[in-house]
Write a protein that binds this ligand. Structure first.
Ligand code: UDP
Length: 373
């Protein structure tokens, strides 16, 4: 059987890399090829290098004036020759990006079976997150097999009348990636220059607040509020060190560098490679983010997460008490961050190790399922 695994952004690459590796262990059963759309070029390449994956097809679609219309059209058009040339039986897409949605449409046109990894996440609000909620819903409608990370996501799909036998609960492949990364970083001859450069930024006796943010719905006023809140936290809490690897999107870079550029205890840095970011998550006291993947990784590291959104398609960690939604309200972000910084009991409660996202065997389950078809 022939597999084509398609992805385009950093988070998809992190979560698909362990699946690529798992399929490559079964080369006698499957011919597996990787196609990247490179919707996010630089941050994607860092991940491929760490996981030692060389794509078979690189559509190289990142453009400076990229927009959702042209990107969607380009992905579908450029996948046609790949699909017609390789003729995969199964096409694997991940999550909720433009690549996910457009590649699943192209795969459907080609007649391949569409396999959706991280299937069934929903906010049930078509505008939030934009355009992700609609991307994953469209892909869900097209997919033949739905690999859901949790029972909650299985139930979401059942409500949309997806046949139960086509939904497989696997855990999230991000936990597989986290295990791979931890093992590689701890291996004897692994030296990471980025981690070495980060070490001097961790100030003895200071609590580290790690920040990430990129979501389209927060562009504009959202990031202005987020930066104002971070500025207030930094000024009011001199015993705190904020480190913020800033996403490369210009809509993020501009407000962040303008508003937080010269504050002593705020360090703005370039996006980190995956192992360096995992290392930094481990060093941190609190994580403030609007990222999806970080909401899944942090609970398994015992780190409390404040999410700068009003809603989440990942309610499991919120229910478990390790993730709190704070929206983009300046007062709320400051209040909840300072509560965690100053109230040890509240901190201990939220930092409790509770990982609802699986045991690192998601990819094995996916490959077993496909092998038995
Ligand atoms: N991440 C990374 N370097 C960074 C920031 C994040 O490798 O500087 C990783 C993080 O560990 C997680 C993923 O990127 O696995 C999250 O990506 P992002 O927040 O861009 O997207 P989302 O998860 O919201 O789709």
């Amino acid at each position: 059987k022939k597999n084509l695994i398609v992805f385009g952004t950093r988070p998809e690459a992190i979560k698909m890399a362990p699946l690529v590796k798992e399929f490559l262990k079964h080369e006698h059963h499957f011919e597996t090829k990787v196609c990247i759309t490179a919707q996010h070029r630089e941050m994607l390449d860092q991940v491929l290098e760490f996981f030692e994956i060389t794509p078979d097809y690189d559509l190289d679609l990142m453009k400076p004036d990229q927009n959702l219309y042209s990107l969607t059209a380009e992905i579908i058009t450029n996948l046609k020759p790949v699909l017609e040339g390789f003729k995969p039986d199964y096409v694997y897409v991940h999550g909720d990006t433009t690549t996910t949605m457009a590649a699943s449409i192209a795969a459907f046109y080609s007649g391949a079976k569409v396999c959706h990894i991280e299937a069934g996440l929903r906010t049930f609000n078509k505008w939030s997150p934009f355009p992700e909620e609609i991307n994953r819903s469209i892909t869900g409608r097209i997919s033949d097999f739905h690999f859901s990370p949790t029972e909650t996501s299985r139930k979401n799909l059942q409500k949309e009348n997806v046949n139960d036998k086509d939904i497989i609960v696997t855990g999230n492949t991000v936990i597989d990636a986290l295990h791979f990364s931890t093992a590689k970083v701890q291996s004897e001859n692994f030296v990471d220059q980025e981690i070495e450069k980060l070490k001097p930024l961790i100030k003895e006796g200071k609590r580290l607040v790690l920040v990430t943010g990129h979501r389209r719905e927060n562009h504009g006023q959202g990031f202005i509020n987020i930066c104002s809140a971070l500025k207030q936290i930094a000024i009011e809490n001199s015993g705190t060190q904020i480190i913020y690897p800033v996403h490369l999107n210009p809509n993020v870079q501009k407000p962040v560098y303008e508003l937080l550029g010269d504050i002593d205890n705020v360090k703005l840095i370039s996006p980190l490679s995956y192992p360096a970011f995992v290392w930094l998550m481990n060093q941190s006291y609190i994580i403030i983010t609007d990222s999806g993947g970080v909401q899944e990784e942090a609970p398994s590291l015992g780190k409390p997460v404040l999410v700068m959104r009003d809603t989440t398609e990942r309610p499991e960690a919120v229910d478990a008490g390790t993730v709190l939604l704070v929206g983009i309200d300046i007062k709320k972000i400051v209040l909840e961050t300072e509560r965690l910084l100053n109230d040890d009991d509240a901190y201990a409660q939220m930092g409790k190790l509770h990982n609802p996202y699986g045991n690192g065997l998601a990819c094995e389950k996916i490959v077993n399922f496909i092998s038995n078809l």
